[in-house]
Write a protein that binds this ligand. Structure first.
Ligand code: OGA
Ligand code: NI
Length: 365
């Protein structure tokens, strides 16, 4: 039985505690946005004022060929300015991308009980977590999003613990993405004057997570957000988005990509993947590469899915700006920290733009 969504407590219990998610709420027949999801005006997304990011996707098949340097430069420029770019010929089969989106829709269409078994406090495995919004207990306004998150340790554990409906495609997506991720990191590190050994890249992408995000249709997208302003905490994120659109990135400084403070949309491009720089790459590069602030709009016509792979160092890794870069720069913007401490801070606060990086800043005052 769906409760009255005007009452914050019963809404919270239905959506969050009992694992019905935003999807369950919408399916119960909803004609207005409940108070708990109303964003303050400053967080709302004005669709008509956002420009689309016009840069064509970067063709990764050219890495290692005669046009290598030009392509490497495109990657570096995008990472230095916007922190986001799209890639094609990335090595992930295009039909797998289609299956992933279909599989995500199928999974979220399952009865709530099938998904709710993976809620944080009851999940049979620490590797899998199903949830809604980001940190519902801490948020002033909830995010219009349900998700499932699968941590990768090794193939055997993934096969054993990941939900069987989504396990095989997710694993194949991860498997076929990783050589692209390594190549991108190689390009980014070489540009910093670092000769990246395989072992160094191993450390940077030691931990991997595949998520499936589901953004149900919303009766009034102007009042809500799918995901609020945030940066990703890890190394690089690979994101598959569907054709609906609504992913926006904030421009940090004036550049060829736009004006400081402006939000631009990363438009869906068939068969492309979106890459974005995470906080760890910003720290390692001593601020040269930008972990971009981004957010997602909701839509009233169709539900949207996106499927990110998050890569990050091991929880025990010590992270600090790379010595080669600090030497060249003559200063260091970030202190050394252990990743697990950064993660704890990141996952215990509501999304708040790039505030997560304050944890690592030296003299941020
Ligand atoms: C995320 C995220 C964007 C999207 O999951 O961190 O930013 O398009 N997703 O769903
Ligand atoms: Ni993100």
């Amino acid at each position: 039985m769906a409760p009255s969504f005007d009452d914050g407590n019963s809404l919270f219990n239905f959506v969050v505690r009992d694992g019905n998610g935003v999807k369950g709420m919408v399916d119960s027949g909803l004609s207005t946005v409940p108070q708990a999801y109303m964003q303050p005006p400053i967080e709302r997304i004005d669709k008509d004022r956002a420009r689309k990011h016009g840069h064509p996707p970067i063709d990764l098949s050219k890495l290692g060929g005669p046009e290598h340097d030009e392509v490497a430069k495109q990657i570096v420029r995008a990472a230095e300015n916007l922190g986001f770019f799209q890639v094609v010929n990335h090595g992930v089969p295009v039909d797998l991308l289609e299956s992933l989106k279909d599989t995500a829709h199928d999974f979220f269409s399952l009865p709530a009980e099938k998904k709710a078994v993976y809620r944080d406090d009851v999940s049979p495995t620490p590797l899998v977590k199903y949830g809604t919004s980001f940190v519902p207990q801490k948020e002033k306004a909830l995010e219009w999003k349900d998700y499932i998150s699968m941590q990768y340790t090794n193939d055997a554990e993934a096969l054993q613990h990941w939900p069987e409906e989504i396990r095989d495609v997710s694993l194949e997506y991860l498997r076929t993405s990783m050589s692209m991720v390594r190549k991108l990191l190689q390009v980014l590190l070489e540009n910093l004057g670092v000769k990246p050994e395989d072992s160094m890249i191993d450390v940077l992408v030691d931990k991997k997570m595949v998520n499936m995000n589901y953004y149900p249709t919303c009766p009034n997208p102007d009042l809500t957000v799918g995901v609020g302003r945030h940066s990703d905490m890890g190394t690089l994120t690979i994101l598959l988005q569907d054709g609906i659109g609504g992913l926006y990135v904030k421009i940090e400084d004036d550049s060829e990509f736009g004006k400081k403070g402006e939000w631009v949309e990363i438009p869906p491009v068939p068969s492309a993947l979106v890459i974005n720089v995470g906080d760890m790459v910003q720290v390692l590069s001593n601020g040269k590469y930008k972990s971009a602030e981004h957010r997602v709009r909701t839509t009233s016509t169709k539900s949207r899915v996106s499927i990110p792979i998050f890569t990050m160092p091991n929880a025990t890794a010590k992270i600090a700006p790379l010595p080669e870069v600090v030497e060249k720069d003559g200063n260091t913007l970030y202190k050394e920290f252990v990743l697990v401490d950064y993660m704890k801070n990141f996952f215990s606060n509501a999304h708040d733009g790039k505030k997560s990086l304050d944890f690592a800043k030296i003299n941020s005052a």
